[in-house]
Ligand binder design. Structure first.
Ligand code: MG
Ligand code: ZN
Length: 225
């Protein structure tokens, strides 16, 4: 069993090297990129749709959509008004730097200001595979339960921002926000957090303002990670 560890480490370091190359290409094109991760059904596609609808007047937007088998999410992003590239992972439960490179090859990177990557719905391995994006954003949602930071610490530790979606369901679900946020704070102190509802629109303004600032202040010379 012990012999298997170095193989895994080699795969991850090869992935990291390619992620660095992807990052260099994004920098050369001055294209700000976020990697959206979440469990299935948390609202990645919905957040992307809202973001496209609200920002497409000011920014040129592109979306890379990772999905195990379908193009449903990429179709939704395209319908909302962004250039969308679909990656079918062929059963893989995460995106990796090779797949992301393939998606970048299909876009004229210099045409866009913001690229949003929708990772495969999964709270485990997407955390381990860097893509080369500037920020990792995690979307949690109220129906998932307030224990998720405790159960998926690697994911919560590795992200730069947290969006808590479906807060309109708080009155109907036993979700202890204080307990949830205490768990997050231990893993990722001071993490930028937004409480939103894609259904009602509550809280979206703060998310959009933050994202616009990130795009506007993006300087290829500074690295966020
Ligand atoms: Mg989706
Ligand atoms: Zn996976």
């Amino acid at each position: 069993m012990k012999q298997r560890m170095p193989v895994v480490e080699n795969i991850l370091s090869a992935n990291d090297r390619l992620a660095e190359e992807n990052r260099s290409r994004l920098e050369a094109a001055n294209l700000y990129t976020i990697n959206l991760m979440a469990s299935p059904g948390a609202g990645k596609t919905s957040l992307i749709e809202h973001t496209i609808k609200r920002l497409s007047g000011q920014l040129n937007l592109a979306v890379v959509d990772g999905d195990i088998a379908t193009s449903i999410d990429a179709d939704r992003a395209a319908a909302a008004g962004a250039e969308a590239v679909q990656i079918n992972t062929g059963g893989e439960c995460h995106l990796d730097a090779v797949m992301f490179q393939g998606a970048l090859n299909q876009l004229d990177l210099t045409k866009y200001d913001l690229l949003m990557v929708e990772n495969v719905g999964n709270l485990i391995c997407p955390a381990s595979f860097k893509l080369g994006t500037h920020q990792n954003v995690l979307i949690a949602s109220i129906p998932e339960g307030d224990d998720k930071p405790y159960k998926y610490p690697t994911m919560y530790r590795g992200v730069d921002a947290l969006v808590i979606n479906k807060i309109d369901l708080m009155p109907y679900i036993d979700f202890d926000m204080e307990y949830f946020q205490r768990g997050v704070e231990v893993l990722n102190p001071g993490l930028v957090t937004f409480q939103i509802s894609c259904r009602t629109g509550e809280g979206l303004e703060a998310w959009l303002t933050w994202l616009q600032k990130k795009v506007a202040s993006h300087n290829p010379a500074d690295t966020d990670r």
